[in-house]
Design a protein around this ligand. Sequence first.
Ligand code: MN
Length: 303
Amino acid sequence: MAQLKDKIIDLIGYPMNLGADKYGPELGPAALRTAGIKSNLRQCGYNVIDNGDITVHGKIEDENTNPKMKHHENVILSSTSLAERVEDSLLKNRFPLVLGGDHSMALGTIAGVSSYCKNNGKHLGVVWIDAHADMNTDETTPSGNIHGMPFAASLGFGNNILTGIYGFSNKIKSENCSLIGIRDVDDGEQALINKLNFPTYTMEQVKREGITKVTKKMLNKLVENVDFLHVSFDIDSIDPKLAPGVGTTVPNGFNEDEINILMKMIAETGLVKSLEITEINPILDINNISSEFAVKTSAFLMR
Ligand SMILES: [Mn+2]
């Protein structure tokens, strides 16, 4: 897209693992750089600036003050730095591409994007590509891990420690969001999805109807009301045979054609203005193939 090619891509590393409460995701930014994310984007014709990694606070060994929202103090502290960085990038008319890090990062990314949109008259939509719904709250969570809560929190559901990050709540509206690729949803998450009549496109639906038809349906609904799309791309949406290096593998994910078509069709809206790549765990990977796959497929989103 000519419009996007004129922009500078701001690479922002976010080596966060507290939301997963597990070692590995903090190595994601390095793994994605090693897989050639910069050279790949430059070959596609983009100007890329690598801003290095954001300093994250705290560590897994720290004592948990709340087992239903593990490490929330440090998750919030670091996410706030991320939100500032993302908003600053957008204010400079750049394209923030955040390299995670576990999915708690979306608290910060979406806070920054949403703040920018609110202050600049933009209508924000989010496409969330994930095997999971990330729609738990501190009341429904089976694990207490915050990486299962960022979508609910961004929508304004859950504890106000999470929903109120960056000084305001309700970062996004459910009717302007969509969730695609899900195949492992907790009961509490399903209850919230049902209550909100939330637009979800399951992997089962993708396999049954085909990716083109499902994506068309999703985007038709979405583009009606938004002029700014943020894409939150969880690598566990991809089939574990192609991307085994994630914290929580779920079988029967997107195959290569499906994920590439999804990315291309989202790109064709011309509305993609920010992206995060999340949940890579290089410790569980095989020769960095998951990061290499993520780099290749996300390039389709940037065309
Ligand atoms: Mn996720």
